[in-house]
Ligand binder design. Structure first.
Ligand code: 2HA
Ligand code: ZN
Length: 275
């Protein structure tokens, strides 16, 4: 029988958890990750699924376009640090029902574990990203990216006030997230309000900043999604360092240069954030 831990989807998922831990973005049980499996992923993993169907759990949200989908998810209260050591206890695979309103465990999340506390948020955002990307988006990732969080104490909490310094602090940024980033004001984690506020922004953006909390990123695969979070956090780190010198900023990437990058790299920048 295939070892489920050696299948590309599960192996890639575990690697991303480890990568995030190594970056220092997942203290204690911080952060969560979900992946919407392809049909091929599901068929490859199916031999390892539980023989007896488990009970359904209502999510409190209904996403019709996710009916019958399977997700790999981190467990609620579980530590990213422990995922590579004991995957079946810290992550699992859940199936979504025909109404898109409930989940049940088909593999992993052993010893009574359940999906991440942010599962309804992830599901709502998967629904939006699946729709706006024509099915391409498969990954939703939430991490406590240190410098992104730091900036939420000093920058105005608007999409424009975050996007501009992030674009200006690393030349590749406008190419990686040409639509910019969204900003969610401080909200209680794990609730319906933060799920709704985030999914509204994810109609437009690949990533949203959660004030005084972290980053919420999406993408078609693990590399692209981790790369997006890494790029945003790196740019935030540079900007924090620049601010920390206390010296006046003598030069930055001007708007005409941002436009030049967009032209040469064939991306369309969100004009709302340019002067
Ligand atoms: O999983 O990070 O936002 C713990 C969290 C909640
Ligand atoms: Zn969090």
């Amino acid at each position: 029988m295939t070892d489920i831990l050696k299948t590309p989807a599960v192996e890639g998922f575990i690697r991303m958890c480890e990568d995030g831990w190594l970056q220092g973005w997942h203290e204690r049980n911080g952060g969560n990750l979900t992946y919407r499996m392809t049909e091929e992923d599901v068929e490859t993993a199916r031999p390892a699924f539980t023989a007896e169907p488990r009970e359904w759990h209502e999510m409190g949200v209904a996403c019709e376009n996710l009916a019958g989908e399977y997700f790999i998810t981190t467990g609620s209260g579980k530590y990213f640090r422990n995922v590579p050591l004991a995957p079946a206890a810290n992550i699992g695979i859940v199936e979504i029902n025909d109404a898109g309103s409930a989940w049940r465990i088909v593999w992993g999340l052993e010893n009574g574990a359940v999906p991440t506390s942010e599962f309804p948020t992830h599901v709502m955002n998967h629904s939006v990203r699946k729709r706006v990307t024509g099915g391409a988006n498969r990954v939703i990732y939430h991490c406590h990216a240190t410098n992104v969080i730091a900036l939420t104490y000093v920058l105005p909490l608007t999409d424009r006030d975050f996007t501009r310094p992030l674009w200006q602090s690393a030349t590749e940024c406008p190419v990686v997230f040409p639509e910019g980033v969204g900003v969610v004001p401080w909200m209680v984690p794990g609730g319906v309000d933060i799920a709704k506020a985030t999914s509204k922004l994810m109609e437009t953006y690949q990533a949203a900043v959660w004030a005084q909390h972290g980053l919420f990123a999406s993408g078609p695969d693990f590399d692209t999604t981790f790369g997006l979070a890494h790029t945003i956090e790196k740019s935030a780190e540079i900007y924090v360092k620049v601010l920390s010198t206390g010296l006046p900023v003598r030069q930055t990437i001007e708007d005409e240069s941002l436009r030049a990058i967009a032209r040469d790299f064939g991306v369309t920048l969100n004009e709302a954030f340019l002067d």
